[in-house]
Every structure is written in structure tokens, then in C-alpha cells.
Design a protein around this ligand. Structure first.
Ligand code: IPM
Ligand code: MG
Length: 359
């Protein structure tokens, strides 16, 4: 029986994760899937009380005892440097070696996208962000801090192994999902060392996929292109930092960051799912946060567990809620967090019951 660790975290995290957990309970009770869930109180509250963000033992248990982790959000104004969020989130990404950060961005309801839908086209973008190195690796340092002679160095780390495995994961995904175009995004015209490595690996891996159309684009051109023709791109593979930036841009295009899910994966080994939005302290506790990003994470979790049919069921149900206007104020609706979560849970339970116990 798959064991799932739930980390509600800070701000709106507990509210949206509560709705994701509601969906997991429906699946446990109505489908053939059985799940076990444990809640983990890793948060700013705990950090402020104890000075501990996450311990070595907790890393080991999360790695060894669970098939997946579902995280709400981390970040709290009482911890201005967000040390606990970095220790927990980046800590899990690095320690569990979750080298794929997969961020799908699809326009589910064209009315929500700030861009006019291109004639007959639809954004269906799958970002593969490298998740364990790049400029996030923490290599660097500061000299003469606090003086006018201060030097701050942040190194961009790109290893052959790191680049090769994320590029391969992106190609494999494109092939499995029948997506026809894959684009490497870099800044090879200015960052020539990293760009050279990424382009060589990309070209080499591409040889095994002669049916896939391949492209390479500079990140500045891609930022422009995503606005100009969002429906053109399918799979994008890129570095940690560029993936971070482009995935916020793409989330806004899909209709708002409240809808966007992400999966941090070490394929075949472990996975952590989190909505792309943060802890939104300005609306925390008001019950109006959009739970759809977190619920979308459950569908990515279902894919990870090999339950593709249930995953598609859940996505279709989220789409029903959007179509019927059962949405929170960020999407122009009047429903609250619990209202949206309950509506999706009830509709899903109904659909699964109709399909029989083996849906
Ligand atoms: C994200 C976030 C994180 C990142 C922050 C909170 C460190 O922006 O998951 O995209 O930059 O990876
Ligand atoms: Mg980000």
C-alpha cells in the first residue's frame, strides 16, 4: 500500500493541502487504490519553536518509508530569510536527488488565460527543469561582506551526469506522451561553457529519437516566444534557474499560478509534489486560496503510482469545476477553498462510483 507523507507547511499550505488530502481519501475509499497518509509538521511554526527545520533522521525516514511526499507551501514572514523553507524544500530536492522538476502548463479554460487563444491552438507545455544543480547548488561565497569592496560569487554548476539525466528524462517523456517537439532552453550565446555542454548532450540524446522535432532557444527569446505563440512549444528542457523563471511565466499563461502543479522526481525512486504557488501569507487563513494547484498535484502523484486512468479522471473533474465556474476569487469566482475542494471530491466520487470499483 503506497504511503504518502503530507507536509502542509506554512501560510495557505495547510488549507490547500487539506483539499488535496480530501481527494486522496476519496480515491482510497472509492477506487481500487489504497493509500496510507501521515502528516508531517515541518513548518515555520516548528522552526520558530525549536530552531529545527528538518533533521537528518527525518530526511532518511521521508526517503525510506514513503513512496511520495505532498507538500503545501513553505515560507513565512516571521522567518525573513526563509532559511527553514530552503532547508526543507531544497534539502529534499538535493538529499533525495529529485533531479526532475516537472511542471506541466496547460490552458484548461481559455477564458482564464491572459492571452488571446491562438486560432485552433492551445498551450500544452511540459517544462523539465533540472533540479539538483545549476546556480542553486550553493557553490560560492562572499568576501569582505558589508563593505564597498564586497564580492559575492554564485557558481553555476553543470555536470555531464546532471545534464544527461534531465535531458534523457525529457526525451523519454515526449516519446511516451506522443509529443512531437522538444526544445532546449539555455543562454549558450553568453554562458558558453554551460551552453556547450547542454547543447552537446541534447544533440547526442536526440540521435535516439529521430521522429522528434528538436529546437534550441536562448532563454530571453523563449520568454518572448511563450507570449507570442504559447501553443508552439511542447516539451522544454532547461536548467534550474531558467526553469524556475519560465515556469512562473507559463503558470500565469495557463490561467494563474493557483492552478499550476509541480513534481520533483527521481524516476523509479522517489517523488515530491507541490503546487507552484507559494505560501501567500497575505491571504492565509481566509479560506480563499485556490486548491486546484494542490489537487492537480494529486493527479501527478497518481501518474507516479502508475494510476494513469485515475489521474486523467481527476484532471477531467478539475476541468469540470473550471467550466462550471466553481472557482476561487483569483479566477473570478465566489467559491472558497473548501467549497472547490468538496465540489471536486464529490464529483470525482460520483464518477468513480459509476465506473465501478476498479476505475
Ligand atoms: C519554486 C520556488 C523555489 C525555487 C524557491 C522557494 C526556492 O520558486 O519551487 O519554483 O526557486 O525553486
Ligand atoms: Mg519558482
Amino acid at each position: 500500500m503506497p504511503r504518502i507523507a503530507l507536509i502542509p507547511g506554512d501560510g495557505v499550505g495547510p488549507e490547500v493541502l487539506g483539499e488535496a488530502a480530501r481527494i486522496l481519501r476519496v480515491l482510497d475509499q472509492t477506487s481500487s487504490l489504497r493509500l496510507e497518509m501521515d502528516e508531517w509538521p515541518l513548518s515555520a511554526d516548528r522552526y520558530l519553536e525549536t530552531g529545527i527545520a528538518i533533521t537528518d533522521d527525518e530526511f532518511s525516514r521521508l526517503e525510506g518509508e514513503y513512496q511520495a511526499i505532498l507538500l503545501g507551501a513553505l515560507g513565512d514572514p516571521r522567518v525573513p530569510g526563509n532559511e527553514h523553507a530552503r532547508d526543507i524544500l531544497l534539502g529534499l530536492r538535493f538529499r533525495l536527488d529529485l533531479y526532475v522538476n516537472y511542471r506541466p502548463c496547460r490552458v484548461l479554460l481559455p477564458a482564464h488565460s491572459p492571452l488571446r487563444a491562438p486560432e485552433g491552438g492551445k498551450m500544452d507545455l511540459h517544462i523539465f527543469r533540472e533540479n539538483t544543480e545549476g546556480i542553486y547548488a550553493g557553490m560560492g561565497g562572499t568576501l569582505r561582506a558589508g563593505t564597498r569592496d564586497e564580492v559575492a560569487i554564485e557558481e553555476d554548476v553543470n555536470t555531464w551526469k546532471g545534464v544527461d539525466r534531465i535531458v534523457r528524462a525529457a526525451f523519454r517523456f515526449a516519446e511516451i506522451r506522443g509529443l512531437t517537439r522538444i526544445t532546449l532552453v539555455d543562454k549558450a550565446n553568453a554562458m558558453t561553457h554551460a551552453g556547450g555542454l547542454w547543447r552537446r548532450v541534447f544533440t547526442e540524446v536526440a540521435e535516439a529519437y529521430p521522429d522528434l522535432e528538436t529546437e534550441a532557444m536562448y532563454v530571453d527569446a523563449m520568454a518572448m516566444d511563450l507570449i507570442r505563440r504559447p501553443d508552439h512549444h511542447r516539451v522544454v528542457v532547461t536548467s534550474n534557474l531558467f526553469g524556475d523563471i519560465l515556469s512562473d511565466l507559463a503558470a500565469a499563461l495557463m490561467g494563474g499560478i493557483g492552478l499550476a502543479p509541480s513534481a520533483n522526481l527521481h524516476p523509479g525512486r522517489h517523488a515530491l509534489f507541490e503546487p507552484v504557488h507559494g505560501s501567500a501569507p497575505d491571504i492565509a487563513g481566509e479560506g480563499v486560496a485556490n486548491p486546484m494547484g494542490a489537487i492537480f498535484c494529486v493527479s501527478l502523484l497518481l501518474d507516479h503510482l502508475g494510476e494513469e486512468k485515475l489521474a486523467r479522471h481527476l484532471e477531467a473533474t478539475i476541468q469540470d469545476a473550471l467550466r462550471e465556474g466553481v472557482v476561487t476569487p483569483d479566477l473570478g469566482g465566489t467559491s472558497d477553498t473548501v467549497g472547490v475542494g468538496r465540489w471536486i471530491a464529490d464529483r470525482l466520487a460520483g464518477n468513480l462510483a459509476e465506473d465501478g470499483p476498479h476505475a
